[in-house]
Design a protein around this ligand. Structure first.
Ligand SMILES: [Zn+2]
Length: 238
């Protein structure tokens, strides 16, 4: 699978044995969408290749399994085997962000929009952005939920995966008024959304392109880091 540096769309280069229309033997790969020159491929004259804009389902499946698939798998295991409330809520936040990117919001990745779809109707919809930020940002940056501030009064968020499933205002003894969030229904609804997107990926090419664009950007190594990397590779005897 390759990504065109000009139009950022993904395509597949297939090696073929026999001559077929649009086959290519000089090793130059051009983007099937915008025809931008996208580098070369090593070919011997008897094994030509074609550039195709249909992506390999196997490549897509592997990418899915290692991203949204892991999120769904981890959440599913954690909600049935653990009380790791913070980890589960953090994964819900990550999953919402990834799904938002898969819906085309690759730059800002507004996970709160997806999160709002997991919440019931009513006042919670008004609070959705703020609750999402309190959970996702609080947990990702400090592994603690942010308190909600209302008229100079702080309200804690209480997460529970094995307790009551609803979201409601509570007042624990000796504590202030807070928000109880039963995370299990949110987790289940997110996993259902991930499965829905997985099914879409099977046949919807636009969704496949959005999914590939939504992947994390690469972490490019600078010169000294690249040298250190190559030293490690050499030391591994590879
Ligand atoms: Zn292109």
């Amino acid at each position: 699978m390759r990504e065109c540096p000009k139009c950022n769309r993904h395509f597949t280069v297939l090696r073929v044995v026999s001559d077929v229309p649009r086959s290519n033997a000089d090793g130059k790969v051009f983007c099937p969408y915008c025809e931008h020159f996208c580098g070369t491929i090593r070919v011997d004259p008897s094994r030509r290749f074609v550039v195709t804009n249909s992506l390999s389902l196997q490549d897509i499946k592997q990418e899915f399994d290692e991203t949204l698939g892991y999120i769904r798998g981890d959440i599913t295991w954690l909600i049935t085997h653990s009380c790791l409330n913070y980890t589960i809520a953090l994964l819900i936040g990550c999953g919402c962000e990834m799904l938002a990117a898969c819906e085309g919001d690759t730059r800002k990745r507004h996970g709160e929009k997806v999160f709002a779809e997991l919440l019931p109707a009513g006042e919670l919809q008004v609070l959705a952005d703020r609750i999402y930020a309190a959970l996702r940002d609080g947990l990702a940056h400090g592994f603690d939920t942010k308190h909600l501030l209302e008229d100079d009064e702080e309200h804690q968020i209480y997460l529970s995966v094995q307790g009551p499933r609803d979201i409601k205002i509570i007042k624990p003894p000796e504590r202030g008024v807070g928000l109880h969030i039963g995370t299990r229904p949110l987790a289940e609804a997110l996993c259902a959304k991930i499965t829905e997107f997985e099914n879409l990926l099977q046949h919807d090419e636009a969704a496949q392109q959005r999914f590939l664009k939504a992947r994390q950007p690469t972490a490019a190594l600078n010169t000294s880091e690249a040298a250190a990397w190559r030293t490690l590779v050499a030391a591994a005897g590879l």
